[in-house]
Design a protein around this ligand. Structure first.
Ligand SMILES: C[S@@+](CC[C@H](N)C(=O)[O-])C[C@H]1O[C@@H](n2cnc3c(N)ncnc32)[C@H](O)[C@@H]1O
Length: 203
């Protein structure tokens, strides 16, 4: 991995994904969570301020050393205990049915074998537990989607493998989970990147 991917990109992601306009979306994604929550693609810990106080422990999976270091101050400020347990959502070092819920924000777009990661989430979340998600994805508007397909290759090269054309609801359903609630809308910012979907699925 080069200097850009290792050192610059995680800092850029921290700034871009840390935009205040995403705060409401993040709060909606984690509303009502409790117990032990697995967060895949923990990044720099931008969801921590939004976890409800009922969350007792966060098990974090995150490959980027720089992102994990940038999370340190947020972890100190958070009332919840965070333990880094792994580096790759495609292979989560946790027992079957061992967490109450899982959370993924702006990460299903990037994990190379996303089907495998979703199968891992299903395996680790206890029966009846929820998978919560907040993702950008393929827009329903033909004009925006055309630009998303045009820009997809450049995006993958510049943004660490991020795809603009994945459909999170389709991926989650394909993984055998039932989406029980979801809301999609354009957030502030350039449209190929800002068609967001927040929701819940039962694993
Ligand atoms: C766009 S960032 C989002 C970070 C954070 N979830 C947020 O909402 O701010 C995508 C994150 O996925 C992580 N990631 C990339 N490949 C991954 C993998 N195979 N398993 C888990 N996380 C991965 C990246 O290191 C990065 O932190």
């Amino acid at each position: 991995m080069g200097l850009y991917e290792q050192h610059i990109l995680p800092r850029l992601i921290d700034v871009v994904c840390g935009d205040r306009s995403f705060g409401w979306w993040r709060a909606e994604a984690s509303e009502g969570l409790g117990g032990t929550v697995l967060e895949i693609g923990f990044g720099s810990g931008l969801n921590l301020p939004h976890y409800p106080e009922q969350v007792e422990r966060v098990l974090a999976v995150e490959p980027s050393t720089v992102a994990r270091k940038r999370a340190a101050s947020r972890m100190r400020a958070a009332p919840v205990q965070v333990d880094f347990i792994g580096l790759d959502g495609e292979s989560i070092p946790a027992e079957d049915d061992s967490v109450d819920a899982a959370l993924c924000t702006f990460t299903l777009c990037t994990i190379p074998d996303v089907d495998r990661a979703l199968a891992e989430i299903r395996r680790v979340v206890r029966p009846g537990g929820e998978f919560r998600f907040l993702e950008h994805g393929l827009a329903p508007d033909a004009g925006v989607a055309r630009w998303q397909y045009r820009l997809d290759g450049i995006e993958q090269r510049l943004a660490g493998g991020c795809h603009l054309t994945r459909d999170p609801l389709e991926l989650i359903s394909r993984a055998g989970m039932d989406v029980t609630a979801s809301r999609s809308a354009f957030a502030r910012g350039p449209r190929p990147w800002t068609y967001l979907t927040v929701g819940r699925a039962v694993a």
